[in-house]
Ligand binder design. Sequence first.
Ligand code: FAD
Length: 463
Amino acid sequence: MMTGDEYRASLDDGRETYFEGERIENVAAHPMLGQTVDSAAAGYDRFYDPAPDAVGAFMKVPGSATELREQVELHESVDLLTHVTYASIMTLLTAADRIEGTLPENARRIREYVKDAQRRDIRITQCITDAKGDRSRRPGNQDDPDQYVRVIERRDDGVVIRGAKLHISAASMGHELMTIPTKGMKPGEEDYSIACMVPVNAPGVKIINTTYAPRHEDTRDFPISGRHHTPEGFVIFDDVFVPTERVFLDGTPELAAVFAHSLGLWERLGGLAAMTRSYDALVGFAQLISEANGLDRVSHIREKISEMLINATLIRASLEAAIENCQVTSDGAAFPDELYTNAGKYHGAANWSLMVRHLHDIGGGSILTAPGVADLENGHVGDLARKYMGTMQSVDGLYRAKLFHAIRDYTADSFGGWNAVTNIQAGGGLYAQRLVSRLHYDMDRAKRTALETANMAEYADRV
Ligand SMILES: Cc1cc2nc3c(=O)[nH]c(=O)nc-3n(C[C@H](O)[C@H](O)[C@H](O)COP(=O)(O)OP(=O)(O)OC[C@H]3O[C@@H](n4cnc5c(N)ncnc54)[C@H](O)[C@@H]3O)c2cc1C
């Protein structure tokens, strides 16, 4: 396994990565992006085991509800890069099972790759979302055929791919890009039915980074995003050669969706688990700021917080149900329940803005205008600022201002905006979660129940 320092050094591999108009020579040494590398390096140190055949504890494939719960709890505390690596490995193993019958050689390549990736202790990011061009048209019908990643050349020893994958979390901080089709393909879309592993430093890979990380020198006013942030990568495959051993699917449209579907479950389980924590944090912020404002006993405030905590409880309940109702496959791997995972993730994403609305309603305007920590420390005005930010004997101005900074950072500033959009879009977007929920919901049971409720037993054949 690699230590944090070995991981940092491993990123200095000639990768072509850009930020704010400049090429970054060494991402680990960059003043802003390097902070994300530090978080990931801490993850390496946390799981480091010097034994020659050691594999990170975060990689464990759960075999029961208990082990699945342990993995979910562990992943609540790991950095995003470590988490997406785990989800990628689980995706690949899930997909290998699903394509085994039709493409046994490809399934073998996947399993070999996974062993090798675990041996090298690398980090993998997930390249699924294509540029997509005109959304109303199929990949093969675009004005520009490169809007979905495709094979432009097949050689004896591999393929050459072209296209772009957008919004890829931590793409510049990982070692390899798990590049898979964003959706199902149809006959005639063989070139778009490509799944493969691409090293970040492969010739032709170019990554443009964006991040919500605060640009301020004094990050004390950004107590959350000032400590941990993860950039998204705009990943361009400018004619990249991929050797055959790393090609997991090429030209079998009927299997193109297998990879994204395999990923979706793990991605949304991770999203749901993260959401249980975020929802509790929103409830906690609402309660703390209402107490600091002296309003925690006022009925309309209590009602809003009650609604918030009911939502938080339902999200946690769906995570519990997803774990408890897991299905264990014949080779002993536990998969969370699809319906509870997707319905819970959907509910959390769809109600995020309501939760934030209540918090903003309860908190007041200082969410945006509380003076910075440096101003509260200023020799001329700091005392007065703290005096007027304070509300009562037990609530000093610094404490209340810090709460406001945290709420602004989490919900109303750059990171807050990122949270708002990401909750809606990540994991395939609300539409994807609705679709999968519908697929797994027992509609016959619902129809039967409706007919029974209506005393219409004579129409039972409609089910
Ligand atoms: C912060 C962040 C991190 C992300 N991380 C990753 C990552 O690590 N890896 C990754 O692969 N992706 C990642 N994503 C991408 C995410 O999965 C996509 O944003 C999401 O799938 C939506 O795709 P899109 O952004 O292209 O939007 P669009 O596809 O343009 O969707 C916008 C809206 O149009 C609708 N729509 C689109 N096409 C159609 C159609 N044909 N018919 C009807 N309605 C349509 C959608 O349902 C949606 O409501 C991330 C996104 C964000 C915001």
